[in-house]
Design a protein around this ligand. Structure first.
Ligand code: ADP
Ligand code: X2W
Length: 299
């Protein structure tokens, strides 16, 4: 016999919600959505499982999610255990030789494989790579003050297309190779996600963090922000710390052809689904102020 676990009322609400998602499902069919999963948004195993379930659902309904992750808090924990001091300048970690080894170990190893496993546990197929694989992301030193911190200068995103077209969800650790001497670079997760979204001309870049969005000078979350407002808020210091690479990344991704970027709270249950498939939306959205030239491009 069929088990009826929902009350009639709840069942109706669920069916209505599914029906209301139709225009969004149609709009995002075949769309490329880059999702940056920040270390602060990751939380416990239950939160990780829920994130993975949302990503697998996206894939199931015809979206091509590409996951780019962070792991700052996990890197901090290991550096502390090893007695290596660490500091941030304008939201980026000052990275010496010893630190970059720990960064690669934690991001490409521990964090990357935890996300890959969670996606597979949710019934999806996932392959974990870093910016080094197939020369996905080739970097130069970002700023001499930061040491081995990379700024992506050459993107080779075909490997991501090959994976998502084969039904596989790529999970990317933000570690990259250098242009000159094959040195290893630590790339801020937001920067990597923006460079990937820009190179793929993604339909959406979702930056999942631990705050509900970008706050104005009064602490109010802004639902819509223009590139001009971001530049002004950074100059005035209203946007600071880790929010600087996030918003700068948003600008860069949009300049390169990403259609919209949303900064949202990854700790809210089903944050990605709320943003993509409901009227409600979530977080702060940054769109190009340029008129849209082309309609949705199918891949
Ligand atoms: N204007 C702002 N609006 C929202 N958050 C801001 C703002 N300026 C600075 N922040 C800080 O940026 C942080 C998010 O960046 P970060 O900690 O690097 O996140 P993640 O680890 O998810 O990448 C927030 O927790 C907040 O403390
Ligand atoms: C250069 C730089 O800052 N790299 C970051 C990479 C990880 C990251 O971006 O993690 P979150 O997304 O969790 O902040 C770091 O070393 O912490």
């Amino acid at each position: 016999m069929r088990e009826q676990t929902l009350t009639a009322e709840n069942a109706k609400a669920t069916a209505k919600m599914l029906s209301e998602a139709l225009p969004y499902l149609q709009r995002f069919e075949d769309a490329v959505v880059v999702v940056k999963f920040g270390g602060n948004a990751m939380g416990d195993d239950a939160a990780m499982a829920e994130f993975a379930r949302d990503i697998v659902l996206m894939k199931q309904v015809g979206v091509h999610p590409v996951v780019v992750h962070g792991g700052g808090p996990m890197i901090n924990e290991m550096l502390e255990k090893l007695g290596i001091k660490s500091e941030f300048v304008r939201g980026k970690r000052v990275t010496d030789k010893a630190t970059v080894q720990v960064v690669e170990m934690i991001l490409s190893g521990l964090v990357n494989k935890r996300i890959v496993q969670a996606i597979m546990d949710a019934g999806g197929r996932a392959v974990g790579i870093s910016g080094k694989d197939d020369d996905l992301m080739v970097c130069e030193a970002d700023d001499p003050e930061l040491g081995y911190v990379g700024r992506p200068v050459e993107m080779n995103v075909q490997v991501l297309r090959d994976l998502y077209k084969a039904g596989i969800i790529p999970v990317v650790a933000p570690v990259a190779t250098g242009m000159k001497d094959n040195e290893t670079f630590n790339v801020n997760g937001d920067t990597a996600a923006g460079a990937i979204a820009g190179a793929l001309k993604a339909d959406r870049l979702l930056l999942l963090t631990d705050v509900p969005g970008v706050k104005d000078a009064n602490g109010q979350v802004m639902t819509q922000i223009t590139p001009e407002e971001i530049r002004r808020m950074i100059a005035e210091g209203v946007i600071s710390g880790g929010m600087i690479p996030k918003t700068e990344t948003a600008l860069m991704a949009i300049e390169q052809g990403t259609r919209a970027v949303t900064i949202l709270d990854g700790k809210v249950p089903n944050a990605c689904l709320l943003e993509l498939f409901t009227d409600h939306g979530a977080g702060s959205q940054i769109r190009s102020t340029e008129p849209r030239v082309k309609p949705h491009v199918r891949r």
